[in-house]
Write a protein that binds this ligand. Sequence first.
Ligand SMILES: [Zn+2]
Length: 277
Amino acid sequence: MPPKMMGRVSRRRPIGKTYSGEPGQTMIIDAHAHLGSDEVFDVNFTEDTLVASRRANNIQATLLQPGTVHDLAGVQRQHDDIAELCSRFPGRYHGIANPSPHLPAEQYEVEVRRCIEQLRFVGVKLHPLAHAVDPLGRHGRRVFELALALPVPVIVHSGIGIPWADPSLLSPIAEEWPELAIVVAHAGGAVFTAQAELLAARHPNVYLETSWTPGSQVLAWARKLGPQRLMFGSDHADNAAAELAKLRSTGLDDEELLWVLGRTAATVFPLDSSQRP
Ligand SMILES: [Zn+2]
């Protein structure tokens, strides 16, 4: 691992203090969407489907990850495509970097730094299933260390893909780096909801993205953990309408919906590039 990744950094962004939306405004932010071809799941996430679903559902901002790609050149192309879309729709799309953590250490770091520092992406993804990564292994820890140094949040896939997609494995990381925001994608994937809840209850720097999670579970978490810990995600563009209907019909009050639909994501991710140190 390059020496500059080894140490902690002192310049860190505070978590959860930078929401800049208007009071009372319900801004919808999709914290989990994809653009590009996915080699593992055989899905092609197209721009047309994505953009149409944003328009149809009045989604103001989208955090956009590539599909799963294993080689460096392939993921660079997808990152560039995301950056190009972001530049065509300023403020509407924000990139999330996801090169394979199994790339050589220097390649991984250079590509993530290119995404965050040059393309102005706002986070890093770790996919324990698609990239076959143990979050607590040498290559898994590399993701969190680099994100903390930049500093940006890490989104981690959870649920399908045991043992490494078990949210419990993130507890030592959340404890070791309390100023690193960790977003648990799919909040345990409906199977490991109890583990996701224990993780979030124990670590205030953990947030749950609720795609594919039952609405009743989201409501229970809003009351137990607070809506400030929950964020809407679609994962697939054609799932956005279903996820929004779920959140709007499950019994969340207006204030809770405000947070889950957008305010939480706006506080956790540096969507306004002026927030970036
Ligand atoms: Zn996804």
